[in-house]
Design a binder for this molecule. Sequence first.
Ligand SMILES: Nc1nc2c(ncn2[C@@H]2O[C@H](COP(=O)(O)OP(=O)(O)OP(=O)(O)O)[C@@H](O)[C@H]2O)c(=O)[nH]1
Length: 311
Amino acid sequence: MNDTPKKGWFQRLSAGLSRSSKQMTDQVVATFVKEPLSEASLEQLEEHLLESDLGPAASARIVERFRGLKFGKDAPEREVKEALAEAVAAELSPRQATFDPLSGPKPYVVLFVGVNGSGKTTTLGKIAADLTGKGAKVMIVAGDTFRAAAREQLKVWAERAGADFESRRDGADAAGLAFDAYTKARAEGYDVVLIDTAGRLQNKSALMDELLKIVRVLKKVDPEAPHDTLLVLDATVGRNALAQEQIFGRTAFVTGVVMTKLDGTARGGVLVPVAQASDAPLMLIGVGEGVEDLQPFDARAFSRSLVGLED
Ligand SMILES: Nc1nc2c(ncn2[C@@H]2O[C@H](COP(=O)(O)OP(=O)(O)OP(=O)(O)O)[C@@H](O)[C@H]2O)c(=O)[nH]1
């Protein structure tokens, strides 16, 4: 989230992705270091990429890229990793965009959507802390009015970040809350309004109706709002993240994807098919629970970390 990455930024990303990179590269590297490029080794490569959740389309393209390469008979490990990183980066670079709520209109309204447990609240809290740290006046809105625990958790983040907090009790209309909070934020000169939403998928159509209603009332205040709608997806659920992208991406006017918990999983490769399936670009990734562990998505850095390169 910082303009100038702090020292250790890449190291944190790499540490977070270490389980994925182990899964991804151990076998691939072994394949090509031991034997020269052949149909059999390319087939093995495709298998390993699929096992790493990169999805069939990207895996096939990466194999084609490798087909055109020439490794020496005993290709050094680094050479194979560099080639793989470049191939993954080529897949991801077009799917990268910057999240920058301080460069747009004020107040800049950001809606957070995603299923419960995906890391929505934590992501919102980390963003709030980053923005207040830069001197911004931030309002957090607890749009999940049904769950007292969700409200409490968000309040703790707001206090920690020094952001103001708007909530309503027990099943109050989330759209009404969003409308009032946004109106107040305009009147009181806030820079950013961060709105959490419910994530119950048990009743999908009711949830989507609620999200659409929130969007509609925000547009009554300003037709450009919400200025970003971030879909938060949990990498640990692997290819289920793709299904969630389909559900939310179709209805909620998502403008950016956040992929969390890339540190807790060997399935970080799933970011590739999610980025490619989504109409919205990847903006942020979570590689740990700390505030500094939410990072801007950088296709090149991500790809290098994913294959276990150190820098
Ligand atoms: N390891 C790790 N844990 C994370 C990351 N992001 C979020 N979490 C954890 O994931 C859990 C769920 O995150 P929440 O932010 O509560 O998820 P939510 O989507 O708001 O879910 P509800 O509160 O149930 O609506 C928490 O324990 C977070 O600390 C991450 O990048 N890495």
